[in-house]
Design a protein around this ligand. Structure first.
Ligand SMILES: Nc1ncnc2c1ncn2[C@@H]1O[C@H](COP(=O)(O)OP(=O)(O)O)[C@@H](O)[C@H]1O
Ligand SMILES: [Mg+2]
Length: 267
């Protein structure tokens, strides 16, 4: 069980850019959280603090009992896995198999356990036939699957996916949403940075909205899509079904319809 606790977090990059300012948030084990906001609003900077890839300039981040300032990414990554937005920034091994094994060796698993996890995760992500191939010979979508699979194989309590569906086709998106649902059933905390509003609306229970370094909203997707001021400030477009139900006057003023099946129930 791992709770993430962020107190007054500020992050300033070495070039002086303030990327996150004054953020407070607590995420409990098993929550499904999305992080949304315009490009450059500070989403990636914020979530990279949760496994120690970045350290606070000011404020505190706790991963369970661990103060992120005092623990290396190597230690924190056992509990919180971060899947990079761009797989090219994550993948470095010469074969898919080596990439999948790397983290597992790093956390000290025995060979038998490593073999069985690699076999399972590669079949889950459709990678079995590519195990001996250099990840850089795979297309973007499969390379992204390698990045996701290598983190999920480590079975961390918390999994952060940074824009997992960006650049994916319909089947890729379906597969990713399927894996998110599976992780939820296993009681994992899933944190998704995403511009994919149907995913935000249907697969997460809580949305954090970043705007210009600050956290300006923390609540359910239903409440977010009913809060015009936040939508305007961040240029967020609700899912089409949500807007449609609002336009025909079939959703409340503080709650929204989030999916086609909700809409059908209502009608
Ligand atoms: N390595 C870096 N060095 C300097 N500035 C950065 C770096 N990474 C991001 N930034 C800046 O920090 C701000 C927030 O970026 P980021 O967290 O990547 O936002 P988002 O993920 O919401 O697009 C932006 O102004 C961006 O240009
Ligand atoms: Mg980002």
């Amino acid at each position: 069980m791992t709770e993430i606790r962020v107190e007054n977090l500020k992050h300033v990059y070495p070039n002086g850019v303030v990327a996150v300012n004054g953020v407070n948030v607590k995420i409990s084990q098993g929550e499904q959280v999305s992080v949304v906001g315009q490009n450059g609003s500070g989403k990636t900077t914020l979530v990279k603090h949760w496994n120690g890839l970045l350290k606070p300039t000011d404020g505190k981040v706790y991963v369970g009992e661990l103060d992120s300032q005092e623990n290396s990414v190597n230690v924190l990554a056992r509990t919180v896995g971060y899947v990079f937005q761009n797989p090219n920034h994550q993948i470095f091994a010469a074969s898919v198999k080596d990439e999948l094994e790397f983290g597992l060796k790093n956390i000290g698993l025995q060979k038998e356990e490593i073999d069985s996890r690699v076999e399972y995760i590669s079949s889950e992500f459709g990678l079995t036939e590519f195990l001996d191939i250099n990840p850089y010979r795979l297309g973007f979508s499969l390379r992204k699957s390698v990045g996701m699979a290598s983190i999920i194989a480590m079975e961390p309590d918390v999994i952060i996916l940074d824009e997992p569906t960006t650049g994916q086709d319909y089947l890729g998106i379906k597969a990713i949403r399927g894996s998110i649902k599976k992780l939820r059933e296993q009681g994992k905390t899933v944190i998704v940075v995403s511009h994919d509003m149907p995913l935000v609306a249907e697969d997460t229970d809580r949305v954090l909205v970043m705007c210009d370094t600050e956290l300006i909203f923390d609540g359910t997707p239903s409440k977010l899509f009913a809060t015009e001021s936040i939508l305007k400030r961040t240029n967020l477009l609700p899912p089409q079904i949500t807007s449609f139900m609002k336009k025909i006057g079939r959703s409340g003023s503080s709650e929204s319809i989030l999916s086609v099946s909700d809409a059908l129930d209502k009608i």
